[in-house]
Design a protein around this ligand. Structure first.
Ligand SMILES: Cc1cc2nc3c(=O)[nH]c(=O)nc-3n(C[C@H](O)[C@H](O)[C@H](O)COP(=O)(O)O)c2cc1C
Ligand SMILES: CCCCCCC(=O)C(=O)O
Length: 336
């Protein structure tokens, strides 16, 4: 099964003789202006790829004028990301945890450090074992720390001290002990009561869950199969995008990630109703190639490709990208 079906299954229906002398790819997400609708997905432990890790990607996103998603399992602290990208638009991704008081402290810290949205990882009820992990036994380089988990552990131990309960010293144990697979939609309500920041829920793949999220008042959904890393045989995100856009009836914004590799892929997602896309692995390849400059290059290439597609498809602005410009390949089978 192919979890990434942008290129093979969807074709474009270009309109010609339209004025595309100037193509404007700028847009907004949650009222924040971004220079183009391509944002950076939260991804753990980026210092495994380059010594600057998340700082490089956050800085690249800021310099390019787009949004950076910071993973709760980042190999950088909130402080480091804030100083690397002080003016950049940044969302903080959190997971369902057992001790919600430490999540509150983290969210407060995010608010104070200028983060503009909280992404709730909804597809990590458990973390799927990875074959490659068993084969390669990745180890963290000396000195590499998971900055946000360090913060959470310190907050946890403060609470334990106040309550006269035993503290935890082993980080690996803490990171395994805290994720909470019993959490339900109540967590969304809890988040809404905890912060005024917009709530973005990541990992939705069905219209039913999308409607639930919209009803609970989330501000945005990221249609995501976690880059194919969690549930095996989950659908390609592009295949369920329309169902989700239809289900939310405009009550919240819809973004998508997973397998977006070209400007054409971005265009197709927008045509099916996404307000923006997020990209994961290409940003890791970017920093692996050349740190922050490599990450910028990835964003530059995608932005340029999107402009070309918009010009050739007859859409001078993001608002001009409409559903009639995309068709599923089965449309052509029916005719033969
Ligand atoms: C190495 C790696 C680490 C990831 N870590 C996280 C994470 O910490 N939190 C999260 O919500 N998603 C995580 N993801 C999933 C991404 O946010 C995103 O959904 C996915 O990578 C998008 O697909 P793409 O890589 O094909 O663009 C990770 C993905 C990768 C490849
Ligand atoms: C090294 C910590 C891994 C945390 C899990 C991050 C994740 O969601 C992933 O897909 O990987």
């Amino acid at each position: 099964m192919n979890t990434f079906d942008f290129q093979t299954r969807y074709k474009l229906r270009p309109r010609v003789l339209r004025n595309v002398f100037s193509v404007d790819v700028s847009t907004t997400i949650l009222d924040n202006k971004i220079n183009f609708p391509i944002c950076v997905s939260p991804m753990a432990a980026q210092r495994l790829v380059h010594p600057d890790g998340e700082k490089a990607n956050a800085r690249a996103a800021m310099e390019m004028g787009t949004c950076f998603g910071l993973s709760i399992s980042a190999s950088a602290s909130l402080e480091e990301i804030t100083s690397a990208a002080p003016e950049g638009l940044k969302f903080l991704q959190v997971d369902p945890l057992k001790e919600l008081r430490i999540l509150t402290s983290l969210i407060r810290e995010g608010e104070n450090k200028g983060f503009k949205g909280i992404i709730l990882g909804a597809d990590v009820a458990i973390l799927r074992g990875r074959d490659t992990k068993e084969k390669t036994h990745p180890i963290f380089p000396p000195g590499m720390k998971m900055g946000i988990w360090e913060f959470l552990l310190a907050e946890y131990n403060k609470l334990m001290e106040l309550e006269g309960r035993p503290s935890i010293v082993n980080m690996e144990y803490f990171r395994k002990e805290q994720p909470d697979s019993s959490r339900t939609w109540d967590l969304v309500q809890w988040l809404k009561n905890t912060t005024n920041l917009p709530i973005i829920i990541k990992g939705i793949l069905t219209g039913e869950d999308a409607r639930m999220a919209a009803t609970l008042g989330v501000d945005a959904i990221i249609v995501s199969n976690h880059g194919g890393r969690q549930l095996e045989d989950a659908p390609a995100t592009i295949d369920v995008l329309k169902e989700i856009v239809t289900a939310v009836e405009g009550q919240c914004e819809v973004y998508i990630d997973g397998g977006i590799r070209t400007g054409n892929d971005v265009f197709k997602a927008l045509a099916l109703g996404a307000k923006a896309v997020f990209i994961g692995r290409p940003m890791l390849w970017g920093i692996a190639y050349d740190g922050k400059d490599g990450a910028k290059k990835v964003l530059e290439i995608l932005q340029k490709e999107l402009k070309v597609t918009m010009a050739l498809a007859g859409a001078p602005t993001i608002a001009d990208i409409v559903e009639e410009m995309i068709v599923h390949e089965s449309h052509f089978w029916a005719k033969n």
